[in-house]
Design a protein around this ligand. Sequence first.
Ligand SMILES: Nc1ncnc2c1ncn2[C@@H]1O[C@H](COP(=O)(O)OP(=O)(O)OP(=O)(O)O)[C@@H](O)[C@H]1O
Ligand SMILES: [Mg+2]
Length: 490
Amino acid sequence: MELLEIHHLSKSFPGVKALDDVSLAVRSGEVHALCGENGAGKSTLMHILSGNLNPETGKIVFDGKELRLKGPLDAFRSGISIVHQHLSLTDTLSVAENIFANRQPVTRWGLIDFERLYRESSVLLERLQIDVDPKARVGALSAGQKQMIEIAKALAREPKLLILDEPTASVTDKEVTILFRIIRQLTTEGVSVIYISHRLNEIFEIADTITVLRDGVLQGTWPARDLTRDSLIRLMVGRNLQLQEFASHRGEEVLLEARNLSNGYIPALNLKLHKGEILGMAGLVGAGRTEIARLLFGADPPQQGELLLDQQPVEVTHPENAILNGIFYLPEDRKTQSLFPHLSIEETLFSARLTGKAMTGKVKRFRENAAAFVKKLRVATPDTAKKVAQLSGGNQQKVFLAKLLLGEPKVLIADEPTHGIDIGAKHDVYNLLRQLAAEGRGIILISSELPELLILCDRILVIRDKKIAGSLLRNEASEARILELAMGSN
Ligand SMILES: Nc1ncnc2c1ncn2[C@@H]1O[C@H](COP(=O)(O)OP(=O)(O)OP(=O)(O)O)[C@@H](O)[C@H]1O
Ligand SMILES: [Mg+2]
Protein backbone atom coordinates (compact mmCIF):
# COMPACT_ATOMS: atom_id res chain seq x y z
CA MET A 1 0.00 0.00 0.00
CA GLU A 2 1.19 3.50 -0.81
CA LEU A 3 1.63 5.83 2.14
CA LEU A 4 2.89 8.76 0.11
CA GLU A 5 2.32 9.77 -3.50
CA ILE A 6 4.02 12.74 -5.07
CA HIS A 7 2.60 13.92 -8.39
CA HIS A 8 4.33 16.31 -10.79
CA LEU A 9 6.05 18.46 -8.21
CA SER A 10 8.06 21.48 -9.38
CA LYS A 11 10.01 24.14 -7.52
CA SER A 12 12.34 26.88 -8.75
CA PHE A 13 14.79 29.23 -7.13
CA PRO A 14 16.41 32.18 -8.88
CA GLY A 15 18.54 30.67 -11.63
CA VAL A 16 17.77 27.00 -10.79
CA LYS A 17 14.95 24.60 -11.32
CA ALA A 18 15.44 22.60 -8.12
CA LEU A 19 12.62 20.15 -8.90
CA ASP A 20 11.23 19.63 -12.36
CA ASP A 21 7.97 17.66 -12.58
CA VAL A 22 8.97 15.00 -10.05
CA SER A 23 6.63 12.09 -9.25
CA LEU A 24 7.25 9.18 -6.90
CA ALA A 25 5.50 6.89 -4.43
CA VAL A 26 6.57 5.51 -1.06
CA ARG A 27 4.97 2.31 0.26
CA SER A 28 4.08 1.67 3.89
CA GLY A 29 6.88 0.08 5.81
CA GLU A 30 9.57 0.53 3.19
CA VAL A 31 12.92 2.26 3.29
CA HIS A 32 13.01 4.47 0.23
CA ALA A 33 16.39 5.95 -0.60
CA LEU A 34 16.65 9.21 -2.48
CA CYS A 35 19.92 9.52 -4.35
CA GLY A 36 21.55 12.24 -6.41
CA GLU A 37 24.54 14.52 -6.56
CA ASN A 38 24.91 17.67 -4.50
CA GLY A 39 22.26 20.11 -5.65
CA ALA A 40 20.09 17.43 -7.26
CA GLY A 41 17.03 18.63 -5.32
CA LYS A 42 16.79 16.01 -2.56
CA SER A 43 16.58 18.41 0.38
CA THR A 44 14.24 20.70 -1.53
CA LEU A 45 11.83 17.81 -1.96
CA MET A 46 12.11 16.98 1.73
CA HIS A 47 11.53 20.62 2.70
CA ILE A 48 8.29 20.49 0.75
CA LEU A 49 7.21 17.27 2.46
CA SER A 50 7.98 18.72 5.87
CA GLY A 51 6.08 21.95 5.28
CA ASN A 52 9.10 24.24 5.10
CA LEU A 53 8.67 25.09 1.43
CA ASN A 54 5.68 25.36 -0.89
CA PRO A 55 5.79 23.68 -4.27
CA GLU A 56 4.86 25.69 -7.34
CA THR A 57 2.89 22.92 -8.96
CA GLY A 58 2.00 19.36 -8.11
CA LYS A 59 0.07 17.36 -5.60
CA ILE A 60 0.98 15.27 -2.56
CA VAL A 61 -1.25 12.50 -1.25
CA PHE A 62 -0.38 11.22 2.22
CA ASP A 63 -2.19 8.43 4.01
CA GLY A 64 -5.10 8.57 1.55
CA LYS A 65 -5.63 12.33 1.76
CA GLU A 66 -4.32 15.26 -0.21
CA LEU A 67 -1.68 17.01 1.85
CA ARG A 68 -1.70 20.80 1.99
CA LEU A 69 0.85 21.94 4.49
CA LYS A 70 0.80 25.41 5.98
CA GLY A 71 4.01 24.88 7.91
CA PRO A 72 6.30 22.40 9.68
CA LEU A 73 3.88 21.94 12.57
CA ASP A 74 1.21 20.86 10.10
CA ALA A 75 3.50 18.19 8.69
CA PHE A 76 4.33 16.86 12.10
CA ARG A 77 0.64 16.69 13.07
CA SER A 78 -0.02 14.71 9.89
CA GLY A 79 2.63 12.17 10.91
CA ILE A 80 5.71 13.34 9.00
CA SER A 81 8.93 13.81 10.98
CA ILE A 82 12.15 15.02 9.47
CA VAL A 83 15.76 15.01 10.54
CA HIS A 84 17.24 17.86 8.56
CA GLN A 85 20.62 17.73 6.90
CA HIS A 86 21.84 20.46 9.20
CA LEU A 87 21.27 20.20 12.90
CA SER A 88 18.44 22.21 14.34
CA LEU A 89 19.16 21.73 18.03
CA THR A 90 19.54 24.55 20.53
CA ASP A 91 22.97 24.33 22.14
CA THR A 92 22.01 26.19 25.29
CA LEU A 93 19.15 23.83 26.18
CA SER A 94 19.33 20.36 27.67
CA VAL A 95 19.02 17.16 25.66
CA ALA A 96 15.51 16.54 27.02
CA GLU A 97 14.33 20.08 26.30
CA ASN A 98 15.54 19.70 22.75
CA ILE A 99 13.85 16.36 22.23
CA PHE A 100 10.54 17.77 23.39
CA ALA A 101 11.03 21.26 21.94
CA ASN A 102 7.79 23.28 21.99
CA ARG A 103 5.77 20.46 23.43
CA GLN A 104 7.19 19.73 26.84
CA PRO A 105 4.94 17.92 29.26
CA VAL A 106 3.39 20.41 31.71
CA THR A 107 2.19 20.11 35.27
CA ARG A 108 -1.36 21.01 36.11
CA TRP A 109 -0.06 24.48 37.02
CA GLY A 110 1.04 24.93 33.43
CA LEU A 111 4.73 24.73 34.25
CA ILE A 112 7.16 22.42 32.49
CA ASP A 113 7.03 19.03 34.17
CA PHE A 114 10.76 18.46 34.30
CA GLU A 115 10.50 15.15 36.09
CA ARG A 116 8.34 13.70 33.31
CA LEU A 117 10.43 15.41 30.65
CA TYR A 118 13.60 13.73 31.89
CA ARG A 119 11.88 10.40 32.48
CA GLU A 120 10.36 10.22 29.00
CA SER A 121 13.61 11.36 27.44
CA SER A 122 15.53 8.67 29.32
CA VAL A 123 13.22 5.96 28.02
CA LEU A 124 13.65 7.17 24.46
CA LEU A 125 17.41 7.57 24.74
CA GLU A 126 17.70 4.11 26.18
CA ARG A 127 15.64 2.64 23.36
CA LEU A 128 18.02 4.30 20.92
CA GLN A 129 21.01 3.20 22.98
CA ILE A 130 22.22 6.76 23.24
CA ASP A 131 24.43 7.04 26.24
CA VAL A 132 23.77 10.69 27.05
CA ASP A 133 22.33 12.30 30.16
CA PRO A 134 18.95 13.92 29.33
CA LYS A 135 20.01 16.83 31.53
CA ALA A 136 23.25 17.43 29.62
CA ARG A 137 23.54 20.63 27.66
CA VAL A 138 23.44 19.92 23.92
CA GLY A 139 26.30 22.34 23.31
CA ALA A 140 28.63 20.00 25.18
CA LEU A 141 27.94 16.97 22.94
CA SER A 142 29.97 15.68 20.01
CA ALA A 143 28.68 16.06 16.46
CA GLY A 144 27.72 12.37 16.38
CA GLN A 145 25.83 12.57 19.66
CA LYS A 146 23.98 15.65 18.49
CA GLN A 147 22.94 13.81 15.38
CA MET A 148 21.55 10.94 17.44
CA ILE A 149 19.62 13.40 19.65
CA GLU A 150 18.17 14.90 16.49
CA ILE A 151 16.94 11.45 15.50
CA ALA A 152 15.50 10.88 18.97
CA LYS A 153 13.65 14.16 18.62
CA ALA A 154 12.08 13.07 15.33
CA LEU A 155 11.08 9.70 16.75
CA ALA A 156 9.55 11.18 19.88
CA ARG A 157 6.72 12.25 17.61
CA GLU A 158 5.94 8.67 16.56
CA PRO A 159 5.69 9.52 12.87
CA LYS A 160 4.17 7.45 10.05
CA LEU A 161 6.84 8.77 7.72
CA LEU A 162 10.34 9.46 8.96
CA ILE A 163 12.61 11.48 6.69
CA LEU A 164 16.33 11.23 7.31
CA ASP A 165 18.37 13.74 5.28
CA GLU A 166 22.05 12.72 5.61
CA PRO A 167 21.59 11.36 9.13
CA THR A 168 25.00 9.73 9.22
CA ALA A 169 27.13 12.62 8.01
CA SER A 170 28.79 12.91 11.40
CA VAL A 171 28.15 9.63 13.17
CA THR A 172 30.36 6.60 13.59
CA ASP A 173 29.91 3.03 12.45
CA LYS A 174 28.54 2.02 15.81
CA GLU A 175 25.90 4.72 15.69
CA VAL A 176 25.04 3.75 12.12
CA THR A 177 24.47 0.17 13.28
CA ILE A 178 22.14 1.38 16.02
CA LEU A 179 20.33 3.67 13.60
CA PHE A 180 19.81 0.86 11.09
CA ARG A 181 18.42 -1.39 13.79
CA ILE A 182 15.96 1.32 14.74
CA ILE A 183 14.99 1.82 11.11
CA ARG A 184 14.34 -1.91 10.65
CA GLN A 185 12.27 -1.99 13.81
CA LEU A 186 10.20 0.98 12.64
CA THR A 187 9.52 -0.54 9.24
CA THR A 188 8.19 -3.75 10.80
CA GLU A 189 5.76 -1.49 12.65
CA GLY A 190 4.65 -0.10 9.26
CA VAL A 191 6.54 3.20 9.43
CA SER A 192 7.99 4.36 6.11
CA VAL A 193 11.43 5.91 5.93
CA ILE A 194 12.88 8.20 3.28
CA TYR A 195 16.64 7.90 3.51
CA ILE A 196 19.13 10.31 1.97
CA SER A 197 22.83 9.57 2.09
CA HIS A 198 25.92 9.94 -0.03
CA ARG A 199 27.32 6.74 1.45
CA LEU A 200 26.32 4.20 -1.14
CA ASN A 201 27.12 1.16 0.98
CA GLU A 202 24.52 2.42 3.47
CA ILE A 203 21.98 2.77 0.71
CA PHE A 204 22.46 -0.80 -0.41
CA GLU A 205 22.39 -2.06 3.16
CA ILE A 206 19.16 -0.41 4.24
CA ALA A 207 17.05 0.56 1.21
CA ASP A 208 14.24 -1.47 -0.35
CA THR A 209 13.67 1.05 -3.12
CA ILE A 210 15.86 3.69 -4.72
CA THR A 211 14.80 6.87 -6.50
CA VAL A 212 17.40 8.91 -8.38
CA LEU A 213 17.26 12.65 -9.08
CA ARG A 214 19.65 14.50 -11.33
CA ASP A 215 19.52 18.31 -11.60
CA GLY A 216 15.96 18.31 -10.31
CA VAL A 217 14.80 15.73 -12.83
CA LEU A 218 13.56 12.28 -11.86
CA GLN A 219 15.72 9.52 -13.38
CA GLY A 220 13.53 6.71 -12.09
CA THR A 221 12.61 4.44 -9.18
CA TRP A 222 13.97 0.89 -8.81
CA PRO A 223 13.95 -1.96 -6.32
CA ALA A 224 17.38 -1.70 -4.64
CA ARG A 225 18.30 -5.26 -5.64
CA ASP A 226 17.99 -4.31 -9.33
CA LEU A 227 20.80 -1.75 -9.08
CA THR A 228 24.52 -2.17 -8.54
CA ARG A 229 26.87 0.40 -7.10
CA ASP A 230 28.13 1.20 -10.58
CA SER A 231 24.74 1.44 -12.21
CA LEU A 232 23.54 3.72 -9.41
CA ILE A 233 26.56 5.99 -9.78
CA ARG A 234 25.98 6.24 -13.51
CA LEU A 235 22.33 7.20 -12.95
CA MET A 236 23.30 9.86 -10.43
CA VAL A 237 26.31 11.34 -12.10
CA GLY A 238 25.71 10.78 -15.78
CA ARG A 239 29.44 10.57 -16.47
CA ASN A 240 32.31 8.22 -15.79
CA LEU A 241 34.36 8.83 -12.67
CA GLN A 242 38.08 8.69 -12.75
CA LEU A 243 40.53 8.59 -9.91
CA GLN A 244 44.19 9.13 -10.57
CA GLU A 245 46.46 6.20 -9.78
CA PHE A 246 48.09 6.44 -6.37
CA ALA A 247 51.58 7.87 -6.40
CA SER A 248 53.40 8.72 -3.20
CA HIS A 249 54.78 12.23 -2.90
CA ARG A 250 56.20 11.70 0.56
CA GLY A 251 59.56 13.43 0.79
CA GLU A 252 62.44 12.83 3.21
CA GLU A 253 62.02 16.19 4.92
CA VAL A 254 59.88 16.34 8.04
CA LEU A 255 57.35 19.16 7.78
CA LEU A 256 55.57 18.95 11.10
CA GLU A 257 56.69 17.18 14.23
CA ALA A 258 55.06 16.83 17.64
CA ARG A 259 57.33 15.89 20.53
CA ASN A 260 55.52 14.85 23.68
CA LEU A 261 52.89 17.44 22.89
CA SER A 262 50.07 17.39 25.41
CA ASN A 263 47.11 19.30 26.79
CA GLY A 264 44.31 18.38 29.18
CA TYR A 265 42.84 15.95 26.64
CA ILE A 266 45.79 14.44 24.83
CA PRO A 267 48.75 12.95 26.67
CA ALA A 268 52.21 13.03 25.05
CA LEU A 269 51.63 13.04 21.32
CA ASN A 270 54.58 12.11 19.11
CA LEU A 271 54.21 12.24 15.38
CA LYS A 272 56.01 13.26 12.22
CA LEU A 273 54.39 14.48 9.04
CA HIS A 274 56.62 14.58 6.00
CA LYS A 275 56.50 16.96 3.09
CA GLY A 276 54.11 15.68 0.47
CA GLU A 277 52.70 13.07 2.80
CA ILE A 278 49.05 12.20 3.31
CA LEU A 279 48.89 10.89 6.85
CA GLY A 280 45.63 9.23 7.81
CA MET A 281 44.05 9.09 11.24
CA ALA A 282 41.65 6.26 11.90
CA GLY A 283 39.88 5.42 15.14
CA LEU A 284 36.53 4.84 16.76
CA VAL A 285 34.34 7.67 17.96
CA GLY A 286 35.76 9.35 21.02
CA ALA A 287 39.19 7.90 20.30
CA GLY A 288 40.56 11.43 20.27
CA ARG A 289 41.21 12.20 16.61
CA THR A 290 39.45 15.55 16.64
CA GLU A 291 41.15 16.37 19.96
CA ILE A 292 44.53 15.72 18.36
CA ALA A 293 43.60 18.01 15.49
CA ARG A 294 42.54 20.71 17.92
CA LEU A 295 45.81 20.34 19.83
CA LEU A 296 47.91 20.73 16.67
CA PHE A 297 45.79 23.68 15.57
CA GLY A 298 46.02 25.48 18.90
CA ALA A 299 42.27 25.34 19.48
CA ASP A 300 42.97 23.48 22.74
CA PRO A 301 46.57 24.68 23.03
CA PRO A 302 49.40 22.48 24.30
CA GLN A 303 50.58 22.77 27.86
CA GLN A 304 53.71 20.71 27.41
CA GLY A 305 55.97 19.42 24.73
CA GLU A 306 57.16 20.85 21.46
CA LEU A 307 55.76 21.44 18.02
CA LEU A 308 58.20 21.87 15.15
CA LEU A 309 57.38 23.20 11.71
CA ASP A 310 60.13 22.89 9.12
CA GLN A 311 62.31 21.72 12.01
CA GLN A 312 61.85 25.03 13.85
CA PRO A 313 59.91 25.18 17.13
CA VAL A 314 56.62 27.05 16.75
CA GLU A 315 54.28 28.34 19.43
CA VAL A 316 50.77 27.35 18.50
CA THR A 317 48.72 28.71 21.36
CA HIS A 318 45.79 29.88 19.29
CA PRO A 319 44.31 28.99 15.86
CA GLU A 320 45.49 32.39 14.69
CA ASN A 321 49.15 31.37 15.27
CA ALA A 322 48.47 28.14 13.49
CA ILE A 323 47.03 29.87 10.44
CA LEU A 324 49.84 32.43 10.33
CA ASN A 325 52.26 29.51 10.34
CA GLY A 326 50.37 27.80 7.55
CA ILE A 327 48.68 25.11 9.62
CA PHE A 328 45.02 24.94 8.59
CA TYR A 329 42.16 22.95 10.00
CA LEU A 330 38.94 21.93 8.29
CA PRO A 331 36.65 21.08 11.21
CA GLU A 332 34.19 18.23 11.26
CA ASP A 333 31.24 20.32 12.36
CA ARG A 334 31.42 22.84 9.54
CA LYS A 335 28.00 24.39 9.96
CA THR A 336 28.54 25.65 13.48
CA GLN A 337 32.26 26.24 13.44
CA SER A 338 33.18 28.06 10.35
CA LEU A 339 30.39 29.02 8.02
CA PHE A 340 29.02 32.50 7.62
CA PRO A 341 25.86 31.55 5.74
CA HIS A 342 24.82 35.11 4.98
CA LEU A 343 27.96 35.77 2.93
CA SER A 344 28.11 35.08 -0.77
CA ILE A 345 30.43 32.41 -2.14
CA GLU A 346 32.87 35.05 -3.24
CA GLU A 347 32.83 36.85 0.11
CA THR A 348 33.33 33.56 1.91
CA LEU A 349 36.32 32.72 -0.23
CA PHE A 350 37.76 36.19 0.27
CA SER A 351 37.53 35.89 4.03
CA ALA A 352 40.19 33.19 3.72
CA ARG A 353 42.92 35.70 3.18
CA LEU A 354 42.11 38.95 4.92
CA THR A 355 45.48 38.97 6.59
CA GLY A 356 47.62 37.46 3.94
CA LYS A 357 49.13 37.95 0.54
CA ALA A 358 45.90 38.38 -1.34
CA MET A 359 45.24 41.81 0.08
CA THR A 360 48.53 43.20 -1.12
CA GLY A 361 47.91 43.54 -4.80
CA LYS A 362 47.08 39.97 -5.61
CA VAL A 363 43.35 40.33 -5.55
CA LYS A 364 43.00 39.54 -9.21
CA ARG A 365 44.94 36.31 -8.97
CA PHE A 366 43.02 35.37 -5.88
CA ARG A 367 39.73 35.95 -7.65
CA GLU A 368 40.84 33.77 -10.54
CA ASN A 369 41.93 31.05 -8.14
CA ALA A 370 38.61 31.25 -6.34
CA ALA A 371 36.72 30.84 -9.57
CA ALA A 372 38.99 27.94 -10.53
CA PHE A 373 38.28 26.10 -7.28
CA VAL A 374 34.54 26.64 -7.61
CA LYS A 375 34.79 25.09 -11.04
CA LYS A 376 37.17 22.32 -10.08
CA LEU A 377 34.97 21.23 -7.20
CA ARG A 378 31.89 21.58 -9.39
CA VAL A 379 30.03 23.79 -6.95
CA ALA A 380 26.50 23.80 -8.37
CA THR A 381 25.67 27.50 -8.54
CA PRO A 382 24.73 29.99 -11.25
CA ASP A 383 27.48 32.38 -10.03
CA THR A 384 29.74 33.19 -7.07
CA ALA A 385 27.43 35.96 -5.87
CA LYS A 386 25.00 33.34 -4.53
CA LYS A 387 24.70 33.25 -0.73
CA VAL A 388 26.32 30.20 0.83
CA ALA A 389 23.11 29.57 2.80
CA GLN A 390 21.25 28.98 -0.45
CA LEU A 391 23.57 26.26 -1.68
CA SER A 392 22.75 22.61 -1.15
CA GLY A 393 24.47 21.03 1.87
CA GLY A 394 27.21 19.32 -0.09
CA ASN A 395 27.97 22.42 -2.10
CA GLN A 396 28.38 24.44 1.11
CA GLN A 397 31.08 21.99 2.14
CA LYS A 398 32.84 22.33 -1.16
CA VAL A 399 32.95 26.11 -0.67
CA PHE A 400 34.55 25.54 2.71
CA LEU A 401 37.20 23.34 1.35
CA ALA A 402 37.91 25.83 -1.42
CA LYS A 403 38.24 28.56 1.19
CA LEU A 404 40.88 26.62 3.06
CA LEU A 405 42.80 25.67 -0.05
CA LEU A 406 42.91 29.28 -1.18
CA GLY A 407 44.77 30.10 2.02
CA GLU A 408 47.61 27.96 0.66
CA PRO A 409 48.22 25.76 3.69
CA LYS A 410 51.56 24.16 4.44
CA VAL A 411 49.83 21.63 6.62
CA LEU A 412 46.17 20.85 6.12
CA ILE A 413 44.35 18.96 8.83
CA ALA A 414 41.12 17.80 7.25
CA ASP A 415 38.53 16.32 9.60
CA GLU A 416 36.08 14.20 7.57
CA PRO A 417 36.46 16.38 4.47
CA THR A 418 34.10 14.38 2.28
CA HIS A 419 31.13 14.03 4.59
CA GLY A 420 27.95 14.96 2.81
CA ILE A 421 29.77 15.29 -0.48
CA ASP A 422 28.48 13.32 -3.43
CA ILE A 423 30.45 10.58 -5.09
CA GLY A 424 31.55 12.72 -8.02
CA ALA A 425 32.75 15.51 -5.77
CA LYS A 426 34.50 12.97 -3.54
CA HIS A 427 36.63 12.01 -6.49
CA ASP A 428 37.32 15.67 -7.12
CA VAL A 429 38.37 16.14 -3.48
CA TYR A 430 40.60 13.06 -3.58
CA ASN A 431 42.33 14.31 -6.69
CA LEU A 432 42.74 17.71 -5.09
CA LEU A 433 44.29 16.32 -1.90
CA ARG A 434 46.74 14.37 -4.01
CA GLN A 435 47.59 17.47 -5.95
CA LEU A 436 48.29 19.32 -2.70
CA ALA A 437 50.58 16.51 -1.62
CA ALA A 438 52.34 16.61 -4.97
CA GLU A 439 53.01 20.30 -4.32
CA GLY A 440 54.87 19.31 -1.14
CA ARG A 441 52.18 20.20 1.39
CA GLY A 442 51.47 17.87 4.28
CA ILE A 443 48.01 16.53 4.90
CA ILE A 444 46.56 14.94 7.99
CA LEU A 445 43.36 13.22 6.95
CA ILE A 446 40.89 12.23 9.63
CA SER A 447 38.23 9.93 8.25
CA SER A 448 35.77 7.32 9.42
CA GLU A 449 35.55 5.89 5.93
CA LEU A 450 38.30 3.33 5.84
CA PRO A 451 38.27 2.86 2.06
CA GLU A 452 38.99 6.57 1.76
CA LEU A 453 42.02 6.30 4.03
CA LEU A 454 43.26 3.23 2.21
CA ILE A 455 42.97 4.90 -1.19
CA LEU A 456 44.67 8.13 -0.21
CA CYS A 457 47.20 7.72 2.57
CA ASP A 458 50.92 7.04 2.62
CA ARG A 459 50.60 6.06 6.24
CA ILE A 460 47.71 5.58 8.66
CA LEU A 461 47.84 6.24 12.38
CA VAL A 462 45.26 4.40 14.40
CA ILE A 463 44.13 6.35 17.45
CA ARG A 464 42.79 4.64 20.54
CA ASP A 465 42.22 6.19 23.97
CA LYS A 466 43.81 9.47 22.88
CA LYS A 467 47.04 7.71 21.92
CA ILE A 468 48.57 6.36 18.75
CA ALA A 469 47.82 2.65 18.97
CA GLY A 470 49.61 1.82 15.75
CA SER A 471 51.09 3.19 12.58
CA LEU A 472 50.54 1.32 9.33
CA LEU A 473 52.38 1.92 6.10
CA ARG A 474 50.26 1.92 2.99
CA ASN A 475 51.17 -1.64 2.06
CA GLU A 476 50.53 -2.94 5.61
CA ALA A 477 47.14 -1.33 6.02
CA SER A 478 43.81 -3.07 5.59
CA GLU A 479 40.36 -2.49 7.04
CA ALA A 480 40.75 -5.50 9.29
CA ARG A 481 44.15 -4.41 10.61
CA ILE A 482 42.91 -0.88 11.30
CA LEU A 483 39.85 -2.12 13.16
CA GLU A 484 41.93 -4.51 15.24
CA LEU A 485 44.16 -1.68 16.37
CA ALA A 486 41.24 0.68 16.85
CA MET A 487 39.43 -1.75 19.12
CA GLY A 488 42.48 -2.93 20.94
CA SER A 489 42.04 -6.60 20.13
CA ASN A 490 45.41 -7.08 18.42
N1 LIG B 1 16.61 28.77 -0.43
C1 LIG B 1 17.21 28.62 -1.61
N2 LIG B 1 17.46 29.69 -2.39
C2 LIG B 1 18.05 29.56 -3.60
N3 LIG B 1 18.44 28.38 -4.13
C3 LIG B 1 18.22 27.27 -3.40
C4 LIG B 1 17.61 27.33 -2.10
N4 LIG B 1 17.53 26.07 -1.62
C5 LIG B 1 18.07 25.26 -2.55
N5 LIG B 1 18.49 25.97 -3.64
C6 LIG B 1 19.10 25.42 -4.85
O1 LIG B 1 18.30 24.33 -5.31
C7 LIG B 1 19.13 23.28 -5.80
C8 LIG B 1 18.79 21.98 -5.09
O2 LIG B 1 19.26 22.06 -3.75
P1 LIG B 1 19.03 20.90 -2.68
O3 LIG B 1 19.43 21.46 -1.37
O4 LIG B 1 17.65 20.38 -2.80
O5 LIG B 1 20.08 19.78 -3.15
P2 LIG B 1 20.44 18.36 -2.50
O6 LIG B 1 20.09 17.32 -3.49
O7 LIG B 1 19.82 18.26 -1.17
O8 LIG B 1 22.03 18.43 -2.41
P3 LIG B 1 23.08 17.93 -1.25
O9 LIG B 1 23.39 16.53 -1.54
O10 LIG B 1 24.28 18.80 -1.48
O11 LIG B 1 22.46 18.18 0.08
C9 LIG B 1 20.57 23.73 -5.63
O12 LIG B 1 21.03 24.26 -6.85
C10 LIG B 1 20.46 24.83 -4.58
O13 LIG B 1 21.49 25.78 -4.73
MG1 LIG C 1 20.62 18.19 0.74
